[in-house]
Design a protein around this ligand. Structure first.
Ligand code: NAD
Length: 426
């Protein structure tokens, strides 16, 4: 039997599968017995107007929706009003248009606006604390505000990356406790965000979205909402599946980055270029995807998201040694870079003490100002661990070396000495 093309796998029932939105009928969804919605949503509230929320809000505005952009940070709202934000060039144009359209684009820190919206998207941060434990307060606060202002007919979509069960814990069950029947009075789904800031090759509308609703009607409602800003949608059977999809995507990257870093360690003593090895391996047209070694990872996703999986795994009594090892390797990478710098300095006869090191490129990638959890910031604060070498001092040059001075100047040490002080690299 002929396998159907992807675009043929239409799914308008809210069940699993891929929907090519250009072919999607976008018909009014079947509402619950309460007739929860009179028609498709026309107004959208975006909760959290950051790297994800702002482009999402602009896409909905361009699609003709009335947009309410809610953020707790007056600084962030002011920056948006000033246009002083990281956005793709096209989104900067969209922002200019939106800011001129006071009738359909409103920025506010007042959660009361949530009650005005037909649809609500939650895009708040999901960081980890210093112990790499999920810091759920922003998400809990945002969801509580959504629940407090929820009304029949709303479509509520959580997009923030989080542990499997988040949508159920923070939205579905509390809404039910507020006597709003999910799948009837309100529709709730999880649709992980895949925005890649500064990546003009893959603007958000071209990247397929995954959607998993609390019920088939919820999946359909969320899919029809997101169809306004996304060309292709893939529906899955539950919010938990959609939550785990996002964790798989970013854990996959973390594990492969850690592996690439290990290969770089193998290459170093052999004098091989790890990039040459990866590029050659990438000529294999199947079963391989190139990842490159680097000084670390940064931003809101790779250093963070796998810890939501690990945290969930611990609570469920699961061991995830591959993920643990990858995240440990990633966390240690900046310290490894510092020790490599120290080794390089010492091979030039210099010590770490008294040397200044210039870190070029502080954000985690070009084109963004986001310095959260970046490798350079971790490198700058990484304690330096002396390499397992013996240090000698060479008196004439008043320098230290990892090898004894063969010239044997008067004053050269004949016994190991001068272990550099532990210090913070700058
Ligand atoms: N940044 C990315 O590249 C990216 C990509 C895909 C997914 N994500 C995920 O999307 C989510 C949002 O990430 P982000 O990078 O946009 O975060 P961000 O920090 O850039 O923006 C979040 C915004 O939410 C606001 N906020 C915090 N608590 C709030 C509340 N209770 N009510 C209203 N506003 C609140 C903050 O002030 C901030 O402006 C995270 O879960 C992240 O993992 C991020």
């Amino acid at each position: 039997m002929r396998r159907p093309e992807r675009s043929e796998i239409h799914n308008n029932s809210g069940m699993r599968g891929e929907t090519n939105v250009s072919d999607n009928e976008k018909a009014a969804r079947s509402d619950g017995p309460n007739g929860a919605s009179a028609g498709p949503p026309r107004s959208v509230a975006v909760v959290g107007m950051g790297y994800v929320g702002l482009p999402t809000a602009l896409a909905f505005h361009e699609a003709g929706f009335e947009v309410l952009g809610l953020d707790v940070s007056p600084t962030r709202l002011a920056a948006i009003r000033d246009g002083d934000v990281d956005l793709l060039a096209e989104d900067h144009l969209r922002l200019g248009v939106a800011l001129d359209d006071q009738a359909r684009f409103r920025l506010t820190d007042d959660p009361e606006v949530l009650a005005l919206a037909d649809a609500v998207l939650v895009c708040v941060p999901t960081p980890v604390d210093h112990h790499r434990v999920p810091l759920l307060q922003p998400l809990q606060a945002a969801c509580q505000a959504v629940i407090d202002h929820a009304r029949p007919g709303q479509v509520i979509v959580l997009t923030s990356t989080s542990y499997p069960g988040t949508t159920r814990d923070l939205l579905i069950e509390p809404l039910e406790a507020h006597s709003l029947r999910v799948g009837h009075d309100v529709h709730v789904a999880f649709a992980p965000e895949r925005i890649d800031p500064a990546n003009a090759r893959f603007p958000q509308e071209q990247v397929p979205r995954v959607v998993g609703g609390a019920t088939p009607a919820c999946t359909t409602a969320a899919r029809d909402l997101l169809a306004a800003i996304t060309r292709k949608l893939h529906t899955v059977g539950s919010p938990e599946t959609a939550e785990l999809v996002k964790l798989l995507e970013n854990t996959f990257r973390a594990v492969n980055i850690a592996l690439a870093n290990e290969f770089a360690e193998v290459c170093a003593p052999l004098g091989l270029d790890p990039a040459e090895v990866v590029e050659a391996a990438a000529t294999k047209p199947y079963g391989f995807m190139p990842f490159y070694p680097g000084p670390g990872v940064g931003g809101h996703c790779i250093p963070v998201d796998p810890h939501y999986l690990l945290w969930h795994g611990r609570a469920a009594g699961l061991q995830l040694p591959v993920v643990e090892a990858a995240m440990t390797g990633i966390a240690m990478r900046p310290a490894r870079v510092v020790s490599q710098v120290a080794e390089r300095l010492s091979s030039d006869g210099l010590g770490v003490a008294g040397s200044s090191v210039l870190l070029v490129g502080v954000a985690y990638k070009p084109g963004v100002r986001d310095v959260r959890a970046t490798a350079p910031s971790a490198t700058a604060s990484a304690p330096w661990t002396p390499p397992p070498t013996t240090w000698w001092s060479c008196a004439p040059a008043t320098q230290r070396s990892t090898t004894p001075c063969s010239a044997r100047h008067a004053g050269c040490s004949t016994t190991p000495t001068g272990r550099p002080r532990r210090r913070t690299a700058r």
